[in-house]
Design a protein around this ligand. Structure first.
Ligand code: HEM
Ligand code: HEM
Length: 442
């Protein structure tokens, strides 16, 4: 019987993640178009289209990330994972739960919960999948106690958080404050704590292999990043508790700890700057992955962190909360920071034994550039729309619908930039899928 290694199974996770991302671009573009032309005929209502978009935004990065954690754990420990068979079952459970969730949402079956819409059974499936992953990783580290590296340890902690934070979301709480709070454990804490831990393990492994950073420097950064992500992430979530019924002390805690979250990103940018001055020449394959990682660091610094701080300040948040400024930040932060990294990981994993030729490199690079341009254009249009919306609607008190017609041109611009984004996504996804096809027998 054919046996699989953890690295082989990691390929399935990242491939499925990339496939879901490719679908997301198309769904999103249709949704953005129906926002400006509400009378366009569509088999799926806007509300459920949005729910599908948000479910994809939440789950494709996590499925891709699971593959990255398995792959880089094997790289770090120089040993296979505890149970590749369990990882295969886990994949099947995640595949069925996510496909079921997306399919039922597209059919208009859900419970109306923003971000985490859908039947609880699918959230149970996703939680079970992540629980199996966390168990498999803990057993892997236990089996290889002598070989544990900071990157492997931190990735496993991140994976445990992914599972612990989603479990309460299988239930609905009758208390609306509790219901909103646990939702942000996924919307915020996944992104700014669990993913920070798993992606930092990937960045550390990649940087050492590509000669961008010294192992000693990157390990020091890893410890600091892990500590600040956990403390900053846990309390920084407070910026989502401002107006949902939490005690006012969270205005201070949320703001103060959001500021702390900024430090590791700047440190990482400094390490990259230092490393780039003396790195060894990259192969074309590494260059493409570096392009994706640098895009992520850029958006992490700007759209996630700097814009994040601006909208965290309570005197600004009280006006800007829930406007298109939030949407601009959400796109820059979620795709800009996490999405680019998952694509970098997916490409690196699937191209392990496949060097890139010049033509394919140029093709891939054009995808990365279009994704960046599309994302920046789309999010800038949203931020401009958001500023107008905040001023006219929240400050001047002008009627919501009247304001909507003023910001409509910016929403049209968003669709145009979004088309560029989708083109970039199609180019990069096709390159990644072609690479998988070529390497599938190796
Ligand atoms: C990788 C990092 C980040 C990701 C992926 C991310 C993602 C998101 C998403 C998806 C939302 C929308 C939530 C909703 O609509 O309810 C959001 C909102 C928000 N984010 Fe971030 N974020 C990141 C970093 C940050 C940082 C570092 C800060 C602050 C320093 C921040 C501050 C905020 C605030 C204040 C809101 C709520 C805005 C409002 O009240 O409408 N974010 N973020
Ligand atoms: C062609 C590209 C895309 C287009 C046209 C698009 C369009 C949209 C639309 C129409 C919404 C509903 C709210 C709004 O009008 O802003 C939305 C929300 C959202 N999208 Fe996208 N999207 C795209 C790509 C992505 C990607 C790649 C991600 C993340 C991986 C993402 C994450 C989100 C999030 C987190 C929200 C909720 C924002 C909030 O709470 O305000 N989107 N998007």
């Amino acid at each position: 019987m054919k046996t699989f290694s953890g690295k082989q199974i990691a390929r399935r996770y990242v491939l499925y993640g990339v496939f879901l991302f490719a679908i997301q671009g198309i769904v999103a573009l249709l949704g953005a178009t129906s926002l400006i032309f509400p009378d366009l005929p569509s088999p799926v209502s806007y509300a459920y289209g949005r729910a599908v978009h948000l479910a994809l935004a939440t789950f494709w990065p996590v499925i891709g990330m699971m593959g990255m954690v398995y792959y880089y754990t094997v790289e770090q420990l120089k040993a296979d994972i505890y149970s590749p068979k369990l990882a295969r079952w886990q994949f099947l459970i995640l595949l069925m739960a996510s496909a079921g969730l997306l399919g039922t949402l597209a059919l208009g079956i859900g419970n109306g919960r923003e971000y985490l819409d859908g039947l609880p059974v699918f959230y149970l499936g996703i939680s079970l999948g992540l629980l199996l992953g966390a168990y498999n990783l803990i057993r892997t580290l236990w089996q290889n106690k002598q070989k544990i590296t900071p990157a492997a340890g931190i990735m496993a902690v991140g994976a445990v958080f992914l599972c612990v934070l989603i479990i309460p979301n299988v239930l609905r709480f009758t208390n609306p404050v509790a219901d909103e709070a646990v939702k942000f454990w996924v919307v915020h804490l996944w992104e700014e704590m669990a993913f920070e831990l798993t992606t930092s393990g990937f960045i550390a492994s990649f940087f050492v292999t590509a000669g961008i950073a010294e192992k000693r420097d990157i390990e020091k950064w890893l410890y600091l990043e892990a500590t600040l992500s956990v403390i900053g992430g846990l309390f920084g979530t407070g910026h989502h508790y401002f107006w949902i019924g939490f005690p006012p002390v969270w205005l201070f805690l949320g703001t103060f700890f959001s500021l702390i979250q900024v430090l590791p990103v700047f440190l990482l940018a400094y390490l990259v700057y230092k490393g780039f001055k003396k790195h060894k020449p990259f192969s074309l394959r590494e260059k493409l992955a570096v392009g994706l990682i640098l895009s992520s660091i850029f958006h992490h610094l700007t759209g996630a962190t700097l814009l994040g701080i601006l909208i965290t300040i309570p005197w600004i948040n009280v006006y800007a909360h829930g406007t298109y400024i939030t949407s601009g930040h959400a796109h820059l932060a979620l795709f800009g920071t996490i999405g680019f990294l998952v694509l970098a990981g997916a490409y690196t994993i699937l191209s392990e034994k496949e060097p890139l030729d010049k033509k394919a490199y140029g093709y891939g690079l054009s995808g990365v550039i279009l994704l960046n341009l599309g994302l920046i254009g789309m999010s800038s249009s949203l931020i401009l729309a958001g500023f107008l919306q905040t001023y006219l609607w929240r400050v001047m008190g002008i009627d919501f619908m009247a304001v909507n017609s003023v910001i409509n041109p910016y929403l049209i611009l968003r669709v145009l930039w979004g088309s560029l984004f989708t083109l970039g996504a199609a180019i990069l996804c096709s390159l990644i899928i072609r690479t998988w096809w070529k390497t599938r027998r190796a």
